[in-house]
Design a protein around this ligand. Structure first.
Ligand SMILES: [Zn+2]
Length: 350
């Protein structure tokens, strides 16, 4: 409600410059993560702060980000982590690490935060492709609403996906899709599926099918597994497309060139969608948080609409597996995904 009022205030053409400045200050001061309003790229003081280059990468001082968003920077040289916070947002960064936590949700950055000359620095790439899209969310074109959602149940037919004895990932991704479909339709959304039964659909065809059926967003559904015995790894991950020129979270060992793909046109929306879904899964289900990660999976790089790939737990972990095979838990997972999706929808349609 407060946010809607803020937006209406800024849209009033009769506001004089002084009032607009106050409105902007008010908007920044009274906002939480994902609600800092519409600061244009050309006016963004963080992007205009003095940057430094190390190892061929451009960095900006985290102090500039703190100042711009009225956050307090807590760090002294020698500390291995730092906080940026105000009463609405808490972000934790780790020196020489790609990991950060935004309001407690793990997000993987393209480059590590570094400290040089007693100054903590964030890569310009991460500001532009991660923090800015989350702190200053992009908006859909006026009157452009999300009406159709594509659900992409991973694997199918001759491709079982991960297997745990007789249990196959392809069956559980389809069950989750069916649960999601019903609930999204109850929210008034049209739902299209890239596969509606146990059939094989090549990866390349999945984003194409979503586009042909008019999808405004695509959620690709998977369950993870790790072959290492006695691994303690469990929890959820949401992937979105790696920005052009960046390295994916698990490296570029897949050999996919780090160039621009159709999916990169949605970079600002992809990460916002991924963050909101991961946040809802972790908070609603108390799932271990393996974070928002970047990858150049085929379905992400070819998707022309905002798209994410959700790994809803590990079939290789007894605790996660028990949940994945439970109808009751999959209903809860579907609801968490929808909560995150609707939070995203509200942000981009504001
Ligand atoms: Zn899979």
């Amino acid at each position: 409600m407060i946010f809607a009022l803020r937006i209406r205030l800024l849209r009033q053409p009769a506001l004089n410059a002084q009032l607009q400045r106050w409105a902007l200050l008010w908007m920044v001061v009274f906002s939480g993560l994902g609600a800092f309003g519409a600061i244009q790229t050309t006016n963004d003081p963080v992007l205009h702060s003095i940057s430094k280059t190390y190892d061929g990468k451009e960095y900006i001082p985290l102090e500039a980000l703190a100042k711009s968003f009225q956050l307090k920077l807590s760090w002294k040289p020698g500390d291995d982590h730092l906080w940026l916070s105000n009463q609405w947002l808490r972000a934790r960064f780790f020196i020489d690490s790609h990991r950060c936590e935004l309001d407690g949700i793990v997000v993987s950055m393209s480059h590590a935060v570094i400290a040089r000359g007693g100054v903590p620095l964030l890569s310009r790439q991460d500001y532009s492709s991660l923090f800015r899209p989350l702190l200053v969310p992009a908006k859909n074109r006026p009157k452009k609403q999300i009406r159709t959602v594509a659900l992409d149940p991973g694997h199918g037919g001759k491709d079982p996906g991960n297997q745990d004895g007789a249990r196959k990932e392809k069956d559980f991704t389809l069950k989750l899709a069916q649960e999601l479909k019903e609930r999204l339709q109850q929210c008034g959304l049209k739902v299209v599926l890239t596969r509606a039964d146990d059939m094989f659909v090549p990866l390349e065809d999945r984003p194409t099918r979503a586009k042909q059926r008019g999808a405004d967003a695509m959620l690709s559904l998977h369950f993870n597994a790790i072959s290492r015995p006695n691994s303690q790894i469990r929890g959820s991950v949401v992937y979105c497309l790696t920005p052009e020129g960046s390295e994916s979270t698990e490296g570029n060992s897949d050999g996919i060139p780090p160039v621009h793909y159709p999916g990169n046109r949605q970079d600002q929306f992809n990460v916002l969608l991924a963050y909101n879904i991961q946040k809802a899964i972790v908070r609603n289900l108390d799932s271990d948080d393996l974070g928002v990660r970047r990858a150049r999976w085929v379905v992400l790089r070819n998707a022309e609409m905002p798209a994410v790939l959700i790994e809803g737990g590990f079939m290789s972990d007894p605790q996660d597996a028990h949940r994945i095979y439970s109808d009751h838990y999959r209903k809860q997972l579907a609801q968490a995904i929808i909560d995150g999706f609707l939070a995203y929808k509200r942000l981009v349609e504001r």
